[in-house]
Design a protein around this ligand. Sequence first.
Ligand code: PBG
Ligand code: ZN
Length: 324
Amino acid sequence: MFTRFRRKRHNPILRNLLQETHLTVNDFIYPLFIRGGEGIKNEVNSMPGVFQMSIDEVIKECVVLKELGIYSIILFGIPDVKDSVGSDAMCEHGIIASSIRAIKEAHPDMFVVTDLCFCEYTDHGHCGVLDPVLETVDNDITLDNLAKQAVIHAKAGVDMIAPSGMMDGMIESIRMGLDKMGYSHIPIMSYSTKFASAYYGPFRDVAESSPSFGDRRSYQMNPANRREAILESLADEQEGADILMVKPALAYLDIVRDIKENSLLPLAVYNVSGEYSMLKMAAKAGVIDYDKVMMETMIGFKRAGADIIISYHAKEVAKLLNEE
Ligand code: PBG
Ligand code: ZN
């Protein structure tokens, strides 16, 4: 026997020398859910450890995040008032615009990303303006609104914009809207390949964004499609996306690898709410070693080709990495 793999596995130092993939705290973006009011920090039943917070609480939370070494956050807003178009999202005094200003003022060293969509802001819970005949989102009217929303975020001082609505042409429309207003330096991280997934269930509790009728299958992707998944991301690259994304992560690691091999752009994965809750609930039931399963999951994302991991686990991962 000439080949003995175990020769390289006896010594822990050699094991470290030979480790091919590494995880660092710099890989992570941490999601935050913001609502109006003061002193609000409500834990969500379906996502233990995840809170809806008012702006003052988010500002305190940023202190904790920076101590852990996490300097990137992605914001989701829960507005006081919802309407048919999602006006709060296009208003300078809306929940997200106000949050960006307050966070950047208190923490100019924080990298603030915003999720750009309308589902949290519309009374019907869909990701844009409805076409009354088709009873689904009107793609092209929504494009204009996405560009407006992007400019509102940019004016408030956002560092990067992450459109998640899966509208055709959204990257081009947002890029043109931003550039025209003098924001050509703001990068766009596109949710470029986003599947119509039941794994978003717990998120919709936190963000209060469940569609009031139907589902999102007329704009988000069919989980069964691999070639289309690659095309979706390549189209966004052509429209000017700076960073691509696959979402969800865990059940789609083949797609992560496919896109990595078909584009030279940086790639993010969104380790979504349902993936997080599954580990939390399994830990509660005492059936897994939570920390180990979490870290194994994270290294799997990196190994598959992710450069960036958006995850509700980010704080817990950072704690473990800092102890190493
Ligand atoms: C908004 C949006 C969603 C998520 C991120 N941005 C929900 C959806 O598409 O219904 C899901 C994130 C998660 O499940 O953690 N379009
Ligand atoms: Zn949406």
